[in-house]
Design a binder for this molecule. Structure first.
Ligand code: 5HY
Length: 211
């Protein structure tokens, strides 16, 4: 099986991390192709960024269809272009927000989302409502780190971990959803630090496509 994981931002170091996290969960015989579009924003932190990322995503879906890809993960928490991508693709297209919220709903009565900047909270809330998780999504918290700082700030891991801890305490939630694909590699560490299941949508989405 061939799964194409599309990082809609054009930061290739983040795409490499996302690819590693997807490959870590697939079974033998499944190949993960992790890509970022050749055009689009370096990070996606607004509705404008999301809109600008869509043409590049659709180009990657079209390329994937020609290459015989079985299914796709859109690895950005705003799930940009998901409906258009599904029109182009013959197999499943899964957004990481949708995947993570589904996975978190299996872990308890309610989950918190920890995102990057406060400006992305509205989109995450809209998606929770749209996907039918409005009641289980108990809170959405920003850790105030811009997306690209996840890779460069030496305190990033600590900052996201503490935001997750506070989210669980504040919301009384049973799980945390990481609200950015750039946090994928922090998932295991945060879960062991705070003692609550933490869901990374890259892993969840990849596993949903594989099944
Ligand atoms: C993401 N932006 O997953 C979103 C997350 C965010 O470039 N990859 C991005 O902060 O909205």
């Amino acid at each position: 099986m061939l799964i194409k994981v599309i990082n809609p931002n054009t930061t290739s170091s983040m795409t490499a991390t996302i690819g590693d996290c997807a490959r870590a969960v697939v079974g033998p015989g499944t190949v993960v192709d992790a890509v970022s579009p050749s055009m689009g924003p370096v990070s996606i932190e607004s509705h404008v960024d999301e809109a600008l990322s869509v043409p590049g995503i659709l180009a990657e879906i079209a390329r994937g269809e020609a290459a015989g890809v079985d299914g796709y993960v859109i690895a950005c928490f705003g799930d940009p272009g998901i409906d258009a991508a599904r029109e182009l693709a013959s197999g499943p297209v899964i957004g990481i927000a949708e995947a993570a919220m589904h996975a978190a709903s299996f872990l308890g009565r309610g989950f918190s989302v920890v995102t990057t900047l406060a400006r992305t909270i509205g989109r995450a809330q809209d998606l929770a409502d749209h996907y039918g998780f409005g009641r289980q999504c108990l809170g959405i918290h920003a850790c105030d780190l811009p997306v690209l700082d996840l890779e460069t700030d030496p305190d990033a891991r600590k900052i996201v971990t503490e935001a997750c801890r506070i989210a669980v305490e504040t919301d009384g939630s049973d799980a945390v959803v990481l609200g950015c694909a750039g946090m994928a590699d922090l998932c295991r560490h945060i879960s062991s630090e705070i003692g609550v299941p933490v869901v990374d949508g890259v892993a969840a989405g990849t596993l949903f496509v594989q099944s």
